[in-house]
Design a protein around this ligand. Structure first.
Ligand SMILES: [Zn+2]
Ligand SMILES: [Zn+2]
Length: 195
């Protein structure tokens, strides 16, 4: 069964310059240091003081399709600079990743918890994103290559150009959100138009 992370967002293409990670990271509201301060404050307010001071937030242009990544051992949250296309997603992604850190912190034992299990969901509620879905994979189209494969949502008819063939089963997130509470729905599976 396809997992939720295989859902895809429908994105507009933006000017290549916006994808420039360093420039993006300099924008004051999105500075890593600003986001880091916010994340630390959130951890602090939720009683995770011990790791609040250790936590770091970085923009990492090596992230490919993931919007963000949380590394508990390093106490590091990495965000994909291409989130500039979706400023509203920045805060949510930060909290999503922070929930991974918080959930693991709350484990008194060293037991590894399920990435998006009940502990993570509770942390999401505490971080104000109770409705957060597990999918946080944002497909950012590569900038240097022209897309050769066009996928289309059978419902909203939106096109999803891709450079490479998509091997996974992917569905249109907009339609899954609109008609199936954001859960994967095979009815909205993207169909390949061109080869
Ligand atoms: Zn996650
Ligand atoms: Zn659709």
């Amino acid at each position: 069964m396809p997992s939720l992370r295989q859902l895809e967002f429908a994105f507009q293409t933006v000017a290549a310059s916006l994808w420039h990670a360093p420039r993006f990271a300099q924008q004051s509201a999105y500075k890593a240091s600003v986001l880091e301060a916010k994340a630390r404050q959130l951890l602090h307010s939720l009683g995770a003081k011990r790791i609040a001071t250790e936590l770091r937030v970085e923009w990492n242009s090596r992230l490919k399709t993931a919007a963000g990544r949380a590394d508990y051992r390093q106490k590091l949250i990495s965000l994909n600079p291409k989130l500039v296309e979706h400023p509203a997603e920045i805060d949510r992604t930060l909290r999503h990743e922070l929930a991974h850190i918080l959930a693991q912190f709350r484990q008194k034992s060293r037991r590894q918890i399920a990435p998006h299990g009940p502990e993570w969901q509770q942390a999401c509620r505490d971080l104000g994103i109770a409705d957060e879905k597990r999918c946080h994979t944002l497909p950012f189209p590569p900038k240097r290559y022209a897309p050769r494969f066009i996928y289309r949502c059978p419902n909203c008819r939106r096109d999803f150009p891709r450079v490479r063939k998509v091997r996974r089963t992917v569905a249109c997130l907009a339609c899954c959100r609109a008609h199936n509470c954001g859960e994967f729905d095979i009815r909205f599976r993207l169909k390949l138009l061109t080869v």
